[in-house]
Design a protein around this ligand. Structure first.
Ligand code: G2I
Length: 466
């Protein structure tokens, strides 16, 4: 009896060791493998991979399956524009945009807000206004929408397409421009006051290489930084076709903006074409972002070719059936390869140090942790709240999953987290990986973040890997 029991216990032990050994083998095999989705691969490089989303397509199962699987950032394609969110003056309508935000939150994706102030897609009532009345209506719009979505938006396109095409380098003539040249900075200040945790971007097209238009945007950003106007990022739409190809100085142009002290983002990428030529163009753009440390992510302007605003040019990564194209493989390969420059985890720009109400010392607290990963945290603190960005770096064995524990000071309550699940909203909180970022190869890292009320103080994260 005794003997039998001992024998069966020994058998269990052997089985357990066997399982353990198998587990190790599996884990080594998996960590050696490259990430298999755009979002997971970008996350390994400290970046996001996003898409424009149309609310009415969320019920399309092919569309939704690809969205949930591949992307970790979404931009509402039309649902946050002025005509959609304020159809009559001071009466706001958020239903469609909310559907997209809800999906994003459910899936652990972040949201780029698009766009607060733009000459296009304005509601009809705006046409009846000019001068101070229009300026005030615009500022009210920015304040109301940014306040409504406070804490839920990674970055806002605060102002979209405000410069003219061609060689003049002038502002685009528009009803908003006619309210006075300072309309852009007024919009940025209103957005900062409404949601100090969101990065604030200027977004435009035909600014993807160095030219008169991008030079004019560059001068504006330089001026804003020197005068303390809050701006954190510049979006490069990157709509390309044979008439408007990827410029040869695309990366250099991203880099010169980054050197001004702003993040750069590729915000509406699509490239007309097919086959290898199209794939190579997508590869070039992806590699350019990886090569620029402050290029924080790439968003494509739709999922399938048939979802595109210019579907006939088949400019996206999936065909009309939802099948991956050569362009998809090229992007994934680029994301998985090379030795990109890591984006800094202690991004001092959000909220910007130029925001007088937000002294934003960023801090990094390396902690050796246990079990094969380390975590460091950087904080952007402002009056009454902060955003924490946590970088998880795998040790020599890589990880299959990880968790990070830290203790928030009293008075700090988390309103929103991305790229991780959390066990609580205050006090001692354990963050665990989500489905797409548990696997980190040896020496690689991923990042997650959260927004909280209160004062961060010194946060000391402890990382545990499995
Ligand atoms: O034009 C491409 C993009 C250029 N940069 C700014 C983006 O906001 C812009 O997006 C496009 C959307 O992809 C289109 O979907 O903006 C267009 C309007 O400027 C959007 O087109 C509109 C149609 O013009 C409307 O007739 C239609 O009701 O889409 C609406 C919703 O399907």
């Amino acid at each position: 009896m005794d003997r039998n029991r001992r024998r069966s216990r020994a058998a269990i032990t052997v089985a357990a060791v066997g399982a353990l050994v198998t587990g190790v083998v599996v884990s080594l095999a998996t960590t050696a493998n490259a990430a298999t989705t755009l979002g997971a691969s970008a996350a390994e490089k400290g970046r996001y991979f996003g898409t424009a989303v149309a609310a009415y397509k969320l019920s399309d199962s092919t569309y939704s399956t690809i969205l949930n699987r591949e992307f970790n950032m979404v931009t509402p394609e039309n649902e946050m524009k002025w005509d959609a969110t304020e159809p009559s003056q001071n009466s706001f309508s958020y239903g469609s945009a909310d559907q997209i935000v809800a999906r994003a939150q459910q899936q652990g994706m972040r949201v780029r807000g698009h766009a607060l102030a733009w000459h296009s897609q304005q509601p009809g009532w705006v046409n009846n206004l000019s001068g101070t009345a229009l300026r005030n209506a615009m500022l009210n719009h920015v304040t109301q929408v940014a306040t409504y979505y406070k804490g839920k938006i990674y970055a806002w396109d605060v102002v979209n397409e405000a410069f003219a095409d061609g060689s003049t380098g002038a502002r685009r003539d528009s009803n908003l421009q006619r309210t006075g040249n300072d309309w852009i900075e007024a919009a940025f200040r209103a957005a900062r006051a409404a949601d100090p945790g969101a990065k604030l971007c200027y977004n435009d097209y035909n600014t993807d290489g160095q030219n008169a238009k991008s030079n004019a945007v560059y001068a504006m950003v330089q001026d804003f930084k020197s005068r303390g106007v809050p701006i954190d990022c510049v979006g490069f739409q990157s709509h390309f076709n044979p008439q408007s190809p990827v410029p040869s100085d695309y990366q250099a142009n991203l880099q010169r903006f980054a050197n001004l002290g702003v993040d750069v983002q590729i915000t509406e990428l699509d490239i007309e074409g097919s086959g290898t030529a199209q794939a190579n163009n997508f590869r070039t753009v992806t590699q350019a972002c990886l090569n620029v440390s402050r290029c924080t992510g790439i968003t494509v302007w739709g999922i399938r070719d048939s979802d595109s605003w210019r579907a006939s040019g088949t400019p996206l990564l999936f065909d009309g059936n939802g099948t991956k194209k050569a362009a998809y493989d090229a992007v994934l390969q680029a994301l998985n390869g090379g030795n990109p420059t890591s984006p800094s985890p202690s991004n001092p720009s959000s909220p910007s140090p130029s925001n007088p109400s937000s002294p934003s010392p960023s801090q990094s607290n390396p902690n050796p942790g246990t079990g094969g990963c380390t975590a460091t945290v950087s904080i952007n603190q402002w009056q009454g709240g902060f955003v924490a960005t946590v970088r998880v770096t795998a040790g020599s064995s890589g990880t299959n999953s990880w968790s990070v524990r830290l203790t928030l000071p009293s008075g700090a309550t988390i309103s929103n987290a991305w790229n991780a699940d959390r066990s609580a909203s205050s006090g001692a909180v354990t963050f665990t990986n989500v489905s797409y970022n548990g696997k980190i190869n040896a020496g690689q890292f991923t990042e997650f973040g959260f927004q909280s009320s209160g004062t961060a103080g010194t946060l000391t994260p402890t990382c545990t890997a499995a």
